[in-house]
Design a protein around this ligand. Sequence first.
Ligand SMILES: NC(=O)c1ccc[n+]([C@@H]2O[C@H](COP(=O)([O-])OP(=O)(O)OC[C@H]3O[C@@H](n4cnc5c(N)ncnc54)[C@H](O)[C@@H]3O)[C@@H](O)[C@H]2O)c1
Length: 271
Amino acid sequence: MKDFRDKVAVITGGASGIGLATAQALAKLGARIVLADIESDALASAVADLGSAGAKVIGVRTDVGDRASVSALAEKAWSEFGRVDILFNNAGVAVFGPTQTMTHSDWDWSIRVNLWGPIHGVEAFAQRMVEEKHGGHILFTASFAGLVPNRELGPYCVTKFGVVALAECLQKDLRSSGIGVSVLCPMRVTSRIDFSFRNRPTDLGGPAANRTYTEEERAALQGRELGAAQVADLVVEAIRENRLYIHTHSEARQYVKRRWERMDSAFDFAL
Ligand SMILES: NC(=O)c1ccc[n+]([C@@H]2O[C@H](COP(=O)([O-])OP(=O)(O)OC[C@H]3O[C@@H](n4cnc5c(N)ncnc54)[C@H](O)[C@@H]3O)[C@@H](O)[C@H]2O)c1
């Protein structure tokens, strides 16, 4: 997709961070925006800001973990704008701690938002986009944690590995339809991800304490965090060039290579 003017982009988790920055970047290029988020106040203020900057935008309160809510989002997008060209399955949450101490609701909430969310997006939008026969692009926000296991991020990694697989499978299946697929795999980006618990439903263990960092952890992150707007520019470029993998941090490359080398060397013992 080379031209974004009047294209319709649906973005989940659009009220903050990477989703909002991508909405701003696409709106600047003339796209019409459907912003979806679970957080009503943040959504209303993001829609107001985008609108006052000249964007054609609507906000739809959506819980991506709820299939009916994502179906309603699709209905709203099509009834308002008559088409959907870009779907960005971006909403996500993170739970931190050793894998062995994760509670059932830690798993449940992570899987609901991070994995069922994008699956619901595919269910509600993908085939309908295919049938419209005007091409398009479907994106997912996974993470570096969807490519390489990270300590104290078990449920997050499990869901994000799933998101990478979902994008890779969908890309193969949509190849003949003219719909591109991309999966974003960032390391640290400035956002409100460490405050994910603000959106955790009480029946799934929340709201609870946010992620805190030791001095050592903060020092280790120094200079390695990208701005959401920088990442949004990479997302737009990937749609333009139809790139499957969107890597953001060059430093991630060595860890991905090492994982594949570890896996490859285990073949020495295969029959
Ligand atoms: N920030 C990072 O360092 C980083 C790194 C790798 C991947 N990611 C991923 O980027 C994506 C965007 O997160 P972000 O970093 O911009 O964080 P963020 O918290 O700023 O934005 C996430 C948005 O998702 C919304 N959301 C949460 N639960 C939802 C639900 N059930 N339904 C709909 N919306 C919901 C939140 O209200 C929020 O507006 C996530 O998938 C996250 O896992 C972030």
